[in-house]
Design a protein around this ligand. Sequence first.
Ligand SMILES: *[C@@H]1O[C@H](CO)[C@@H](O)[C@H](O)[C@H]1NC(C)=O
Ligand SMILES: *[C@@H]1O[C@H](CO)[C@@H](O)[C@H](O)[C@H]1NC(C)=O
Ligand SMILES: *[C@@H]1O[C@H](CO)[C@@H](O)[C@H](O)[C@H]1NC(C)=O
Ligand SMILES: *[C@@H]1O[C@H](CO)[C@@H](O)[C@H](O)[C@H]1NC(C)=O
Ligand SMILES: *[C@@H]1O[C@H](CO)[C@@H](O)[C@H](O)[C@H]1NC(C)=O
Ligand SMILES: *[C@@H]1O[C@H](CO)[C@@H](O)[C@H](O)[C@H]1NC(C)=O
Ligand SMILES: *[C@@H]1O[C@H](CO)[C@@H](O)[C@H](O)[C@H]1NC(C)=O
Ligand SMILES: CC(=O)N[C@H]1CO[C@H](CO)[C@@H](O)[C@@H]1O
Length: 385
Amino acid sequence: MDSAPKRIKKKLSCCEITLIVLGSLSAVMGIVMVSGGYQAMFDAIMKSQMAVAEGSASYDMWRVPPMPLYLQVYFFNISNPDEFVKGAKPILQEVGPFCYREYHEKKEIVFHPNNTVTFFQQRWWIWDAEMSGNHTVDDIIDNVMNETGPYHPILPILPIPPGIKDYDRFGWFYGRNLSLSYDGQFNMMTGEDTLDNLGAIDWWNKTRETQFFDYPCNVVEGSAGEMWPPNLQKDFVQFYSSDLCMTMKLHYKEEIEDSHGISGYRYWGSNLTFANGSVVAGNECYCVKGTCAPTGLLSGESCRMGSPSYISFPHFLNADPYLLDTVEGLDPQEDKHAFVMDMIPELGTPMWVAARMQINMLVRPYPGNALGRGKIELVVVFSLF
Ligand SMILES: *[C@@H]1O[C@H](CO)[C@@H](O)[C@H](O)[C@H]1NC(C)=O
Ligand SMILES: *[C@@H]1O[C@H](CO)[C@@H](O)[C@H](O)[C@H]1NC(C)=O
Ligand SMILES: *[C@@H]1O[C@H](CO)[C@@H](O)[C@H](O)[C@H]1NC(C)=O
Ligand SMILES: *[C@@H]1O[C@H](CO)[C@@H](O)[C@H](O)[C@H]1NC(C)=O
Ligand SMILES: *[C@@H]1O[C@H](CO)[C@@H](O)[C@H](O)[C@H]1NC(C)=O
Ligand SMILES: *[C@@H]1O[C@H](CO)[C@@H](O)[C@H](O)[C@H]1NC(C)=O
Ligand SMILES: *[C@@H]1O[C@H](CO)[C@@H](O)[C@H](O)[C@H]1NC(C)=O
Ligand SMILES: CC(=O)N[C@H]1CO[C@H](CO)[C@@H](O)[C@@H]1O
C-alpha cells in the first residue's frame, strides 16, 4: 500500500529525559547530615563528595550512572482509521509498554580551569523482553525502529503534505542509539568553586542562546539534568533538556517519603510547565513561526527538523482539557501520567524520577487529502510513562 510515497523522517527522540539518581551517595550523605553543628565540616565534606572532579565520590556515578534507567513506550493505535480519514474522531487504543533498559555514558570529558567540564552524552537502549510482557521486539520494530516499514497505522494512509519533501521516513530511534553527538555537547559547572552552581549548565552545543525559540525562551539555563545545588526551595527546579530544546521547569508539589523512610520534595510537570503566553505572561516566546500552541503543549517544530510535533504530558495531563475532546480513549491520571521528580532537598539530588512525556503529531486537512472535518487534529502518537 504505497499511496503514501513519503513519510516524515524524524529524529523525534525526545522525551525520556531520564535523570541520574545518585542513590548511594544520598544514603551516605544522609548519615553525615544528622550531625548538626558541624556546618563548616559538613560543607567541606559535602563539597569534596559532591563536586564533579576526577577521583571525587560523585565522578564515577556522574560518568556512568549506576542506577537502572528504563524507557517504556506506549503507542496509540487508531482503531478506526477508515472513519478517521473521513472525518471521525480518532479512537485511540493504548498499546504497550515496550520496554528498554537505557544506558548513559559521558564521553570526551574535558575539565577546564574555570570549574566547568565539557562532555558528550552517549545513550543506548537494550530491549527488555520481561518488562515488555506479551509484546515482542518485532512489534516495536514495526512501529518505530523499522526504517522501511510503517511507524504507525495512520501514516500510510496520510500522504505527506506538499512542501514537506526533505524527509521520507519517521523513526524514533533513528540515528540515536549509541550516538555521541545526538544530545549535543554540554558544558557544566562542576561545583568545585561553589556548590551554589553545582551541576548547572554553562552552555549547550557551544551556545547559551539557541535558535529554537525566541528570547528569552531560548536561554540555556538550569541544571544540566543530573545534579542541583544543595538546599532546594519549595518553588521549582529546572534543567536544560536537549530533547525538548528548552529549559524545563518542574514545580514543587508536596513533601514525600520513600520506602526507605527518606523524605524529600516532589517536583512535577504542572499546568505551568508547558503553559502558553495567555496563561503565563512571557511564554509567547514558545510560539514558533507565529503559531502558538494551546496551553499544555510545546511545539517541537523548530527542535525536531520542522516536524509538526507537539510535546505534552501523557494523556494530555495538565493541558487544556479541550484536547481530550479531540480524541477518544484518553484518561489522564496523576499517578500514572505525571512527570515527577523526587529530590532530597538538602543535597539537590534526585531520589526517584519518572520523566513522562507524550509525542503528538498535528494532522491537518489539505487539498488532496480526505481528512474531512476541515479542522486541525492533534493525533497522539505515543507516550512514555
Ligand atoms: C490496531 O488497530 C487496527 C484497526 O482496528 C487493528 O487491526 C490492529 O489489530 C490494532 N493493533 C493493535 C496492536 O492493537
Ligand atoms: C569556561 O571555560 C570553557 C573552556 O574554555 C569555556 O568554554 C566556557 O565558556 C567557560 N565558562 C565560563 C562560565 O567562563
Ligand atoms: C543499540 O545498540 C546496541 C549495541 O549495538 C544493541 O545491542 C541494541 O539492540 C541497540 N538498541 C536499539 C534500540 O537499536
Ligand atoms: C520492515 O517493514 C517492512 C514493511 O512492513 C517489512 O517488509 C520488513 O520485513 C520490516 N523489517 C524488519 C526488520 O522488521
Ligand atoms: C550541535 O552543533 C553542531 C555544529 O553546529 C551541529 O552540527 C549539530 O547538529 C548540533 N547538535 C544538535 C543536537 O543540535
Ligand atoms: C493550574 O492548577 C492549579 C491547581 O493545581 C489551579 O489552581 C490553577 O487554576 C490551574 N491553572 C490553569 C491555568 O489551569
Ligand atoms: C493559550 O491556551 C489557551 C487555552 O488552551 C488558548 O485559549 C489560547 O488561545 C492560547 N493562547 C495563544 C496565544 O494561542
Ligand atoms: C515474557 C512473557 O511474558 N511472555 C509471554 C507472552 O505471551 C505468551 C502468550 O500469552 C506467553 O506464552 C509468554 O510467556
